[in-house]
Design a protein around this ligand. Structure first.
Ligand code: ATP
Length: 233
């Protein structure tokens, strides 16, 4: 479904990605792991057209998306839950959900407000509240709901549960399980490796802008040295 090959990216003269390559298959949950500053966000932003790679290729459903602007990538069926959530602060919960809603891929059973509120009853209770009045957990639920309302085939989450309390984290992981069971593919960045091992099929570890390891949850779980070396857990 998604494939990256030889992606290099720079910020000015400083190189952040040194030839990233990996893939996500249909229906798969894949993680991007690595310590701080290793290039996970830059990789995601390259997929989304927020960072423009200097070389390499990114394909989604066989279409070259490497140089596409973000809105075109989104229209092709990739939904982003960005680091820091980036909720529209001066729109209500409902307005945040409908402002960018779309169904460009003609999904037969498109996401509706009711489906989002079934998944996150907390949002239904706050439907008329302004985005900036929500807790961090509610904002993350809203960011996921907003992305789902664009009816993506692939959902990308950057720091899915950063700064959230354990109970809220559990809710987010549970919702991602439901979303996966709905048939979506998921690419997720997070620091809670134990939770990711339970949720994901495969893991991609990035170190200094390069992929240094890929493997299944069982492989990762079994290799404590690998976890210590690249993830510091
Ligand atoms: P984190 O978990 O801390 O967000 P990350 O793995 O997502 O880390 P990136 O944010 O992609 O890593 O950063 C990769 C490298 O690029 C780092 O060396 C970082 O300092 C640098 N970098 C990131 N954003 C910028 C920017 N806007 N300008 C200059 N350098 C940047």
């Amino acid at each position: 479904m998604l494939s990256l090959d030889g992606i290099k990216a720079f910020y000015g003269t400083s190189q952040a990605l040194f030839g990233i390559g990996f893939s996500v298959k249909r229906g798969e949950v894949v993680t991007l792991l690595g310590r701080n500053g290793m290039g996970k966000t830059t990789t995601i932003n390259s997929i989304m057209g927020i960072v423009s790679p200097s070389s390499g290729s990114i394909k989604f459903e066989g279409v070259e998306i490497t140089k596409l602007p973000s809105f075109k990538t989104a229209n092709l069926g990739i939904g982003l839950v960005p680091e820091g959530r980036q909720i529209f602060p001066n729109l209500t919960v409902r307005e945040n959900l409908v402002a960018t809603a779309s169904n460009h891929q003609k999904n037969d059973h498109p996401w509706s407000l009711e489906m989002i509120f079934d998944m996150f009853p907390e949002l239904a209770e706050r439907v008329h509240s302004m985005g900036n009045l929500l807790s961090g957990g509610e904002q993350q639920m809203l960011a996921i709901g907003r992305a789902l309302m664009t009816n993506p085939q692939l959902l990308i989450l950057d720091e899915a549960t950063e700064g959230l309390a354990p109970l809220i984290r559990e809710k987010i992981w549970h919702s991602l399980g439901q979303i996966r069971d709905n048939g979506l593919s998921i690419l997720v960045v997070d620091k809670n490796v134990a939770d990711l091992i339970k949720l994901a099929d495969r893991h991609v570890i990035i170190e200094k802008g390069k992929v240094v390891w890929t493997g299944t949850s069982d492989d990762l779980q079994a290799d404590v040295k690998l976890q210590q070396r690249y993830l510091g857990v």
